[in-house]
Write a protein that binds this ligand. Structure first.
Ligand code: EPU
Length: 443
């Protein structure tokens, strides 16, 4: 790197404003809620905006902590990020000058690693920290790094940082992943849009958020296409242009509210929810006995029949899309505590993503964690209020669901984690009739 600014400062995490949620459970949730833009699309779209110096404009961006963190990271490297109205972000990265993504950013949010591909491809170099992120499994980034090398990048790892260079331009070529990776696919795709020549990514992740990114890249003038369900092909371009895009709605938030209706025997309308992106999850809901139907721009969930006909147990296994999303495994587990019978849960994407079930057990759930990938849930159990602690985002939202279903009062510590990925979640539940309060820790 030409610039010799020091980068080896000692990492001191900022004090986080710790928060507690206090929930009085046992109320049937009813009403209507608006689904926000998807976190896992918004972050990648914002990163994609660094592929051009021209202005990109995003609407339907969720107002969440991860978007705020990425905004800061982008500003730190010299990118202009304007926020002219709620849910609207404008990004212009003509002047990105400091191609360094520090540990501070990476420790707060693993998704900051998505900047590797676009910055390397556009500017020819970047120093980026090895990311931290949620505590769900090892979460390595080796597949991202291998993909960049397949495109001709030279990458060295020293002192917790990847030093990446592209001599001349990156070169298109085959990127073959040994397993499916969502962000790995996205990073390779972003890098390949400005590489010299043709890239074929296989097997490519099929998540709807990847297709949202493809759509945006096409608007930027990139030649990128999904040519088979698990194959993406890219013909590199010299330049891309600015574009506008509305972020795809969040299927994980949608699934979370569907379960909220299920566990409280409620009836909820989810405005703007992406019905088509929830196939396998909706099959599980049908099997368990939660009725979900589609209207023109919404999804209707009706679980009032559960007052009379008990919910049914179901065996589930998480898989890359179009399988059951690992991000919907925790909410599904909460629902299964309310179903009659024994359910087997197989978490096949991440190890350690079942650990949170220990907290659910403290609320009375009949849960056995068999090993890192398997759990057994026996229901129905009457959950009761307890003091529980949130360790990661999706587990956090699921403890809220459990608290809504439980008798008595639950206090959920570390609740600020939930704001990483859910816009105004407490306000949305309040609208539906929940008794939920946000308190600073210690009050
Ligand atoms: N993996 C590797 N090496 C890599 C990358 C991944 O071994 O370099 C492994 C992972 O450890 C995991 C598997 O591959 O076992 C799949 O991980 P993937 O790369 O698909 O996950 P990701 O791209 O890091 C995204 C979402 C996650 C979501 C997963 C799976 C973002 C920012 N994150 O992660 O979302 O769970 O795909 O769908 O898009 C969340 O939103 O709470 C969240 C964790």
């Amino acid at each position: 790197m030409a610039d010799a600014r020091p980068f080896h400062w000692e990492f001191k995490p900022e004090p986080v404003a710790r928060e507690v949620l206090r929930i009085e459970g046992g109320r049937r949730l009813e009403g209507s809620v608006s689904i926000s833009g998807a976190k896992n699309a918004a972050l990648k779209l914002m990163a994609a905006a660094t592929l051009t110096g021209e202005r990109c404009r995003f609407t339907n961006v969720p107002e969440i902590e991860d978007v705020r963190v990425l905004t800061e990271v982008l500003r730190d490297i010299g990118v202009t990020v304007d926020h002219p109205a709620p849910n609207v972000y404008e990004i212009a990265s003509g002047d990105a000058e400091w191609l360094f993504v520090p540990l501070e950013a990476a420790a707060k949010m693993r998704a900051s690693f998505i900047l590797l591909g676009p910055l390397l491809s556009r500017f020819g170099r970047v120093i980026i920290s090895n990311p931290g992120g949620d505590r769900i499994g090892r979460r390595p980034v080796n597949l991202h790094v291998d993909a960049m090398r397949a495109l001709g990048a030279e990458i060295e790892y020293r002192n917790g940082y990847y030093f990446a260079k592209a001599p001349g331009r990156l070169r298109g070529g085959p990127v073959n992943f040994p397993q499916i990776t969502v962000m790995g696919t996205e990073n390779a795709m972003l890098a390949a849009t400005l590489a010299d020549g043709h890239t074929v990514i296989e097997p490519a992740a099929q998540e709807p958020e990847v297709d949202d990114l493809i759509e945006f890249l096409q608007k930027m003038g990139a030649q990128v296409e999904r040519t088979a369900p698990n194959r993406i092909e890219i013909e590199g371009r010299r330049r891309l242009r600015g574009a506008d895009h509305s972020v795809v709605p969040d299927r994980i938030e949608t699934g979370t509210f569907i379960v909220a209706a299920g566990v409280t025997h409620g009836r909820i309308t989810l405005e703007g929810a992406p019905y088509d992106h929830l196939g396998t999850f909706l099959n599980v809901m049908a099997e368990v006995g939660v009725s979900v139907s589609r209207t023109k721009d919404a999804i209707e969930v009706d679980a009032t029949a559960a007052d009379i006909t008990p919910l049914r147990s179901c065996n589930v296994e998480t898989q890359p899309y179009p399988g059951l999303a690992t991000d919907l495994q925790p909410p599904t587990c909460v629902l299964l505590t309310q179903a009659t019978g024994v359910s087997h849960v197989h978490e096949s994407v991440f190890e350690d993503r079942l650990e949170w079930l220990g907290e659910l057990r403290r609320m009375g759930a009949g849960v056995e964690i068999v090993d890192q990938h398997h759990a057994i849930i026996e229901g129905p159990t009457r959950l009761h209020g307890a003091e529980v602690e949130i360790g990661d985002l999706r587990a956090g939202a699921s403890l809220i669901l459990a608290a809504l279903a439980a008798d008595g009062v639950t206090t959920i510590g570390g609740a600020h984690h939930v704001h990483r990925g859910y816009e105004k979640i407490d306000a949305k539940f309040l609208e539906l009739g929940a008794r939920i309060e946000r308190l600073a820790e210690g009050t």
